[in-house]
Design a protein around this ligand. Structure first.
Ligand SMILES: [Fe+2]
Length: 236
């Protein structure tokens, strides 16, 4: 079972603004006096889940050991093994992530036919103080996820709006989901965050002495997509 107290704490720290602003930012803006409402359409889903247990010693030893078998990325390092969820030591973690992919598919994508969302590549990232993870997205993937193994309290992931170039900039008094070009979430140990792979994201220069360790993965559809009658039929 998920630790409900921890879930509440994490969901309460959902973003950087205060609680009142958070309520406005994550739901409709209702104004009973004016009898108006601001709705949101076509939002970007950000799926967050929490491991229902601590990491085992075997998993943590494995994660720490793989740090010696890395390749250099732009601002940090990642494992040479980029199918790391196939390793025996990650068997249970892979089951948890598969469960979350299934849940994401059922809750957000809602396929009509027999479509699955399978994990493809997966790797570990290690970021030390003063290092960073450059801004990027994940091509050839539908949904990407990050699970946090280690880090400091202030560690976070920064996501960028999919709107692209903003031709007009207005200075903001306060931020909400309609006027922000970026949004961040805390990188809590044991927490998983999943989002569409086309969403650009990054880790800013790391503060704090603890090595930030995360597992990233990509996914792709397996099964029936589209519709034959709509000439979008595709079975993969
Ligand atoms: Fe990434």
């Amino acid at each position: 079972m998920i630790d409900k107290e921890r879930l509440t704490t994490i969901l309460d720290s959902t973003h950087k603004r205060d609680k009142t602003e958070k309520l406005e930012a994550f739901s409709k803006i209702l104004d009973p006096k004016l009898k108006t409402v601001v709705e949101s359409i076509f939002p970007t889903p950000v799926y967050r889940a929490i491991m229902d247990r601590e990491f085992t010693k075997e998993e943590l030893d494995f994660v720490n050991n793989e740090k010696n078998k890395c390749t250099k990325n732009q601002g940090n390092i990642n494992t040479k093994d980029n199918y790391i969820l196939n390793r025996e030591e990650f068997k249970n973690i892979k089951s948890f992530l598969n469960e979350c992919c299934k849940d994401y598919l059922e809750k957000i994508i809602c396929p009509k036919y027999n479509t699955k969302l399978n994990i493809t590549q997966s790797w570990l990232n290690y970021t030390e103080k003063d290092q960073y993870h450059h801004q990027h997205a994940h091509p050839n993937s539908v949904v990407s996820g990050v699970l946090y193994f280690n880090g400091d309290k202030q560690d976070k992931i920064l996501l960028h709006s999919t709107k692209g170039y903003e031709p007009i900039i207005v200075e903001k008094e306060k931020f909400n989901q309609w006027n922000s070009a970026t949004w961040w979430f805390p990188a809590e140990i044991g927490e998983l965050i999943m989002f569409p792979s086309s969403t650009f994201h990054q880790v800013e220069v790391k503060q704090g002495e603890t090595t930030r360790i995360s597992l990233s993965f990509n996914s792709f559809y397996k099964g029936a997509l589209g519709s034959d009658i709509g000439l979008t039929g595709l079975i993969i």
